[in-house]
Design a protein around this ligand. Structure first.
Ligand code: CDP
Ligand code: CDP
Length: 228
């Protein structure tokens, strides 16, 4: 049997990272970690407690004290912070609009990256999705995918998702503008900007449906597994 590997899936907002990562994790019986949900959780707490993105010390203390737990359920997974289910709350417009500013804070990133690496300690197969997984969190990952699509296509996908789940009040144009704003913020920050790792495979899924993306990435996984 081939050894369990680490898989990093990075890319801009709403490119399909978490949907694909969840499907692959199920197929491979690997652990899946949604690192974006961790940044969203800290943002939610900071907003609730009135902590500004400029207050590095308070944000470090908040991130250190926060217990973020993922529970697998029929829908995929729920996210719990300090004993409370925040699965839906972390997807609201308020959190989406603030999350990039809080994620740019190095004190927050240091604490969360350490918590993310803790998941690899058992040596089990793992898939993480985010912005800096291939570049910072798991630089030795055997497979790194940078999943992207045009902002218009990504906005459309998120719009349909929001309509189904009731997360957002934004119309399609507002959503596309918000996604572009967040991508720009995430890719131009100083600490761990969104960018493909040098050894990442770049996959543009603008014209691919979910099944096609899943199969394309699964083929890369199999190739890597056959070499390990
Ligand atoms: O699902 P969506 O693409 O909208 O975003 P997400 O993956 O939930 O991530 C939300 C935000 O968290 C991103 O816009 C980044 O600002 C931040 N993030 C990050 O800085 N590093 C990561 N590894 C994951 C997310
Ligand atoms: O995790 P990330 O923000 O990159 O994206 P996601 O939450 O996995 O995907 C955003 C939405 O786009 C979800 O509703 C997916 O089902 C949908 N999607 C799609 O319709 N076609 C794709 N090729 C990828 C994602």
């Amino acid at each position: 049997m081939s050894k369990a590997i680490q898989i990093a899936i990075d890319g801009p907002a709403s490119s399909g990272k978490s949907t694909i990562a969840k499907k692959l994790a199920k197929r491979l019986a690997y652990v899946y970690l949604d690192t974006g949900a961790m940044y969203r959780s800290i943002t939610l707490l900071a907003l609730e407690q009135g902590i500004e993105a400029s207050d590095n010390q308070a944000l470090r203390a908040l991130a250190e004290a926060s217990e973020i737990v993922f529970k697998v359920n029929a829908d995929g997974q729920s996210v719990w912070v300090n004993g409370k289910d925040v699965t839906d709350e972390i997807r609201t417009d308020q959190v989406s609009q603030a999350v990039s500013a809080y994620s740019a804070v190095s004190d927050v990133r240091e604490v969360l990256v350490e918590k993310q690496r803790d998941y690899t300690k058992g040596g089990q197969g793992i898939i993480m999705d985010g912005r800096d997984i291939g570049t910072v969190v798991l630089p030795a990952a055997e497979l790194k995918i940078f999943l992207t699509a045009s902002a218009e296509e990504r906005g459309q996908r998120r719009f349909l998702e929001n309509q189904a789940k009731g997360y957002s009040e934004m119309n399609l144009e507002e959503l596309i503008a918000d996604i572009k704003r967040r991508d720009l913020y995430d890719s131009t920050r100083e600490d761990s900007p969104l960018k493909p790792a040098d050894d990442a495979i770049i996959l543009d899924s603008s014209d691919m449906d979910l099944d096609q993306v899943e199969e394309a990435i699964f083929a890369y996984v199999n190739k890597v597994l056959s070499q390990n």
